[in-house]
Design a protein around this ligand. Structure first.
Ligand code: NAD
Length: 374
């Protein structure tokens, strides 16, 4: 089929939905691939590299979109892109169906099938197209790099002739995919790392990566549907706050990643905790897109509160566009294979395809009838 990759236009977006490598794989499956000239530039992939891979470089996005059977994107398509696609075409991207009702209506009205990459169920069979995990892994690693960059000291301890330098102490709140990636990165730089999560299943994972798992006295299960977190009782959150107030005086870096599906991010690192931290300490809030875990976070910005830097950067994967694009583009190749390598089509009886298909045949098909992976 004819596959088109437009240039991403969302502000700050540096990723691209096909790399020269992934495009070569799509070509090998027998498809025709057109990448807009310059689409990979922000991620470090030159037009020449795409050309060498056998890709056609597009210069007229309108005609390429009109001809495409399959459009691969990172971010939601613009109104213009939707209007320019032919009926029956498929667009795969992070479509954010839960907060994009209007866009779903437009896709349906245009007769375009929308595949939402964040709706992939988190089951073993779908692991090769789990782009949320791929991006969370990058965000967790990058959070540590951003923290280290804003921190005026070494992460690891050193004994030098000029003096002893203690290792940085890092606290990670939320030990899911991003939190565990942050743990690994901070450990490898030599920091002392502690982590807290409401799901007790994370204890073993934290410890196996060399972290110390913190607990509160109160027993309450944090395990919700599908292995995700649920909202905790007020008493539990109070106990969590007491633990954090104690930690605030000890740790140099806090990385927050706590999310509850379908809810705004819980506020867990309060202003008084920021104020308890030593000047020069750093907070990196990975929950900015859901409003942030830290009370002092300004989403998208770095602010200083009482001598503590609070980093609320959004879209951390875009700060590592090469790796983020490479993993995402590979996931899209795996998605094409899932849909039928040589002749991709929408089989609504397939559990994974059904879960990610948000518009089809002129109708909005989100949410899927069976409970979606949140
Ligand atoms: P997430 O991004 O939704 O949340 C991040 C973490 O925040 C979670 O670990 C959650 O428990 C934690 N959290 C929520 N409220 C908290 C609070 N008050 N205090 C401290 N921590 C809090 O989660 P995620 O990283 O996307 O993954 C969640 C789960 O899904 C994990 O168990 C992961 O192993 C699982 N998963 C499974 C698959 C698969 O089977 N293919 C793929 C990816 C993830």
């Amino acid at each position: 089929v004819l596959i088109t990759i437009p240039t991403e236009t969302a502000p700050g977006e540096t990723r691209v939905a096909a790399t020269p490598d992934s495009a070569a794989k799509l070509l090998k499956l027998g498809h025709q691939v057109t990448v807009q000239a310059g689409a990979g530039a922000a991620a470090g992939f030159s037009d020449a590299a795409y050309r060498d891979a056998g890709v056609t470089l597009g210069t007229d996005i309108a005609s390429d979109l009109a001809a495409a059977d399959l459009v691969l994107k990172v971010r939601t398509p613009t109104d213009e892109e939707i209007a320019g696609m032919k009926r029956g075409a498929i667009v795969a991207a992070f479509l954010r169906p839960a907060s994009n009702a209007e866009m779903l209506d437009k896709l349906a009205a245009a007769g375009v099938t929308g595949l939402s990459l964040e709706s992939v169920p988190r089951i073993t069979r779908a692991q090769s197209i789990d782009s949320l995990s791929a991006m969370a892994n990058i965000a967790g690693y990058r959070a540590v790099i951003e923290a280290a960059n804003s921190f005026g000291r070494f992460m690891g301890g050193q004994m030098t002739a000029a003096g002893m330098l203690p290792p940085a102490k890092v606290l990670i709140i939320g030990a899911g995919v991003a939190g565990l990636a942050a743990l690994g990165a901070a450990k490898s730089l030599g920091a002392i790392v502690r982590a807290f999560d409401t799901r007790s299943a994370t204890k073993e994972q934290v410890e196996s990566l060399g972290g110390e798992f913190l607990t509160v006295e109160l027993e309450e299960t944090g395990e919700g549907a599908g292995g995700y977190a649920r909202e905790m009782s007020e008493a539990f959150i109070e106990a969590e706050f007491a633990l954090f107030r104690e930690q605030a005086e000890q740790v140099d870096i806090v990385i927050t990643t706590a999310l509850i599906p379908g809810k705004p991010a819980p506020k867990l690192w309060l202003r008084d905790m920021v104020e308890r931290m030593k000047p020069g300490s750093v907070v990196v809030d990975l929950a900015g897109e859901q409003g942030g875990n830290c009370e002092c976070t300004t989403p998208g910005e770095a602010v200083t509160v009482d001598g503590v830097k609070v980093l609320g950067y959004l879209n951390l994967p875009s700060r590592m566009p090469d790796t983020a694009s490479s993993l995402y583009a590979n996931i899209l190749v795996n998605l094409v294979k899932h849909l039928g390598a040589e002749a991709p089509k929408i089989d609504m009886s397939d559990e994974i395809t059904r879960a990610i298909t948000v518009t089809h045949d002129g109708a909005v098909t989100w949410p899927p009838p069976t409970p979606p992976a949140p």
